[in-house]
Design a protein around this ligand. Structure first.
Ligand code: PEP
Ligand code: MG
Length: 325
């Protein structure tokens, strides 16, 4: 099967009725970006910078970071690269920066940590800007944003880094597009305000599911309750894409759901047309989307959103796939 999927990898992801879906890669290691499969993606939709940080013995210096980010950008050729600022804490500890908390997933993670350590945050922003230079490939993504003030503070740091560098380097760098992860539920209700501040939103369905359902994404005792097909989650995802369109805010999905066959179908049915996923899912999702009609998926969505649980949702999608393949 994988061979059959791969044979079409270089063909664009277009539904049978002509809807182009852009497929991007999630990555954290260079090896994941420089592969044959990765070359067929429309770009990198999520580069998790915490991965190179985790591989170090201490915080990487500005020049070390520039070096890594340059390699990532260059491996992506001229395609866009969405780099996420450090998202440690929660399930991703740094060995050289221990954090002791009772509730790590509700604690000091992502942008919260960066904003409490501007000396680290500024180094990372400066490194990203320098790696991108005068190209317009780089987009910067902020993890775990839970209020607008975090965006405003970040924009100030970014402006500071930008001004400093233009002076130091005697040049005018390109301003990258800025986006936020939609993974804290409250932000779902503030998308209009988000839209007035940033260029795009990337839906982190892993954390969004965890926080909407109050289910730890890594706890095996409750893993059967962690269900991104829960109708409540689906309604939240539908609301997000509708509002982003209404407020002219570019939107994509980079959580695991985007790389699952049923998940990708659902997201396309809702109106998402940018999906970012792990390398292992790209060929299969591309193959699948080239065989379905957007129109049919949209028609299916009404009944999907009326189901009472995730199993029923999956049942409808399984039936749809059997009928259409
Ligand atoms: C997510 O939360 O869906 C996401 C993509 O981020 P991470 O899995 O790195 O927390
Ligand atoms: Mg997340």
């Amino acid at each position: 099967k994988q061979k059959q999927f791969s044979a079409e990898l270089s063909l664009p992801s277009v539904t049978t009725d002509g809807q182009r879906i852009h497929l991007y890669l999630n990555a954290g290691l260079l090896s994941g970006i420089a592969s044959e499969i990765a070359e067929c993606a429309d770009g990198i939709g999520l580069y998790r910078t915490e991965i190179p940080f985790m591989l170090h013995q201490r915080f990487p210096s500005e020049s070390e970071q520039i070096n890594v980010y340059r390699q990532v950008l260059s491996a992506a050729g001229d395609r866009p690269v969405v780099m996420r600022t450090l998202d440690v804490g929660g399930d991703k500890p740094l060995p050289y920066f221990p954090i002791k908390e009772d509730n790590p997933f509700l604690g000091w993670r992502g942008i919260r940590l960066s904003l409490d350590h501007p000396e680290l945050f500024l180094v990372q922003l400066r490194a990203m800007l320098q790696a991108a230079g005068n190209g317009n490939q780089l987009q910067i993504l902020l993890p775990m944003v839970s209020n607008l003030d975090e965006i405003d503070q970040t924009l100030k740091y970014l402006e500071q880094a930008f001004t400093e560098l233009n002076q130091e380097l005697n040049t005018i760098l390109v301003r990258p597009k800025i986006g936020v992860m939609l993974e804290v539920p409250a932000l779902l209700y503030q998308l209009q305000d988000v839209a007035s501040r940033v260029d795009f939103v990337s839906v982190g369905s892993n954390d969004l599911t965890q926080y909407l359902l109050a289910v730890d994404r890594n706890n095996p005792s409750v893993s059967s309750l962690f269900d991104s097909y829960h109708p409540g989650i689906l309604r939240a995802l539908k609301r997000a894409v509708d509002e982003c369109k209404q407020y002219d805010l570019d939107v994509s999905v980079c959580g695991e759901l985007a790389g699952e066959p049923y998940g990708a179908l659902l997201l396309v049915a809702m109106g998402y047309n940018k999906l970012s996923m792990n390398q292992g899912s790209l060929a299969r999702i591309n193959f699948l989307l080239r065989r379905v009609s957007k129109q049919q998926l949209t028609e299916l969505l009404g009944s999907i959103l009326q189901q009472s649980n995730g199993n029923q949702v999956r049942g409808i999608l399984a039936h749809f796939l059997r009928k259409n393949n």
